[in-house]
Design a protein around this ligand. Structure first.
Ligand SMILES: *Cc1c(COP(=O)(O)O)cnc(C)c1O
Length: 439
């Protein structure tokens, strides 16, 4: 009988995360203070982030970082996640390729984001922090953080983009179920929010307004830290649990991937799956094709420039060396909310520059076509973000069919789409369109 799902026993779970920065030949350039243009120290970053996360952010020395015992305990609630061979999808495509996916949708929150929310809240707790705050758009990160904060007994305040809060009410319900306070941004609860509302009483909110409010709350409240669900290097570090498990699971399947594919917002689920495999490329010269799938409407990897830019629209963050479309770029309102970000993380940007990986851009309709085929073959409704990885996988599997090549493809299913059914409704009703940005 052919095996479909590969799962690790609890005692086989990885006990360390992999820090690719230590093995990179060209290290990522430093983050800069925008006022002085001086490189930021871990101490500078610790004003807003947990001190341990600030340290991990800049660590270019230690390849392996121990996962704290308490974090491992919480990982056990849903890890390992299954590695699955997509036999039905292969058959529908008529491809000789072997398609595997790592299923990160099978956890309490339905996406990979909780893998970093748990350690971030754990370190805050350890350091005597009592409150965490963040911004969220579609709400996946806010939901993961709310759950993790509750787990470690922290108060959690989430600023959610006002318009998303109205469009996606169930994610606010999830956050509130886990005990978080959810505030639509812009709000009257911060100086920044009051200023925005005074200037424009009907402002719909944006990630820029929400970041400003969350950062203000963190910097003006004692014992309160700010957290981020993507882009930063410590977030990708925590996400390497995905690839480290997948490495063991691929060995159980008796194969090694020729191609590794993930969707790309800020780079955390891509890095999380790819970096442990890329280690063998850097250290042993293994040939693997690493593909990051971004939306055609927000193509920073394929059409952005490598330069120093702000991480947020308002210009509050440090300057980051990255591929970017510019921090004032306004992506079209596609349903893959998690991929609507103007820049790429600093590690991934350096790896792209050095030719270790490549980006592909996927139009919105192609992403939903792929999601529909995946749902109808494998029985899982993918998140609109994950549909981009599936579309890129299908492209490659069809190339294998043309050339008669039996390649092994591994992609990350970063989340399920059960709270995004309005997006599927729009697709099924024929209301969705493609967007090509003017750059
Ligand atoms: C947030 C999110 C993404 C994009 O973020 P990355 O940091 O690029 O991984 C992708 N998929 C899902 C389901 C998400 O919630």
């Amino acid at each position: 009988m052919k095996q479909k799902r590969f799962i690790l026993a609890e005692n086989e779970l990885p006990r360390q995360w992999y820090n690719i920065q230590a093995d990179m030949k060209n290290k990522p350039l430093p983050l800069l203070n925008p006022a002085t243009k001086e490189p930021l120290s871990a101490e500078d970053l610790a004003h807003i982030f947990a001190a341990e996360c600030a340290k991990q952010e800049l660590d270019q020395e230690h390849a392996w970082i121990d996962i704290p015992e308490e974090v491992l305990e919480r990982y056990k609630y849903y890890r390992s996640t299954p590695l699955v061979r997509a036999y039905a999808l292969e058959e529908a495509l008529g491809t000789p390729a072997h398609i595997y996916f790592k299923n990160e949708s099978v956890n309490p929150l339905g996406s990979h984001k909780v893998n970093s929310a748990i350690p971030q809240c754990y370190y805050c707790k350890q350091e005597g922090v009592t409150n965490v705050t963040t911004e969220t758009g579609a709400g996946q990160w806010g939901a993961a953080l709310s759950y993790a904060a509750k787990t470690f007994g922290l108060e959690c305040a989430v600023y959610q983009v006002k318009i998303s809060m109205q469009q996606k009410p169930y994610r606010s319900s999830i956050m509130r179920t886990f005990g978080a306070t959810v505030t639509g941004s812009p709000s009257m609860s911060t100086r920044a929010g009051k200023d925005i509302i005074t200037a424009d009483p009907n402002h719909p909110g944006s990630l820029g307004t929400a970041i400003s409010e969350a950062v203000e709350l963190a910097t003006t409240t004692p014992n309160c830290k700010y957290t981020l669900g993507s882009v930063m290097s410590h977030v990708s570090l925590h996400q390497t649990i995905i690839g480290l498990e997948a490495e063991k699971q691929m060995a159980m399947a008796g194969e090694y991937p020729d191609m590794i594919i993930a969707c790309f917002g800020g780079g955390s689920n891509f890095g999380g799956l790819a970096f442990p495999f890329m280690r063998h490329t850097i250290l042993e010269g293994k040939k693997t094709d690493f593909i990051a799938a971004e939306p055609a409407s927000c193509p920073k990897l394929t059409k952005g420039k490598f330069e120093y830019d702000f991480g947020d629209t308002a210009g509050y963050t440090p300057l980051l060396p990255m591929y970017t479309l510019g921090h004032t770029f306004k992506p079209a309102n596609i349903h893959a909310g998690g991929l609507r970000y103007h820049g790429a993380g600093t590690i991934v940007s350096q790896l792209l520059k050095d030719g270790y990986m490549r980006g592909v851009d996927i139009p919105q309709l192609e992403s939903f076509d792929a999601g529909m085929l995946f749902a109808r073959t494998e029985g899982i409704i993918p998140a609109p973000e994950s549909c981009h990885a599936i579309a890129a996988t299908i492209r490659e599997a069809l190339k294998c069919k043309e050339k008669g090549e039996e390649k092994v493809i591994l992609f990350n299913l970063s989340g399920h789409g059960l709270i995004d059914m309005t997006a599927y409704d729009s697709f099924l009703n024929g209301d969705l369109v493609n967007y090509t940005p003017e750059l």
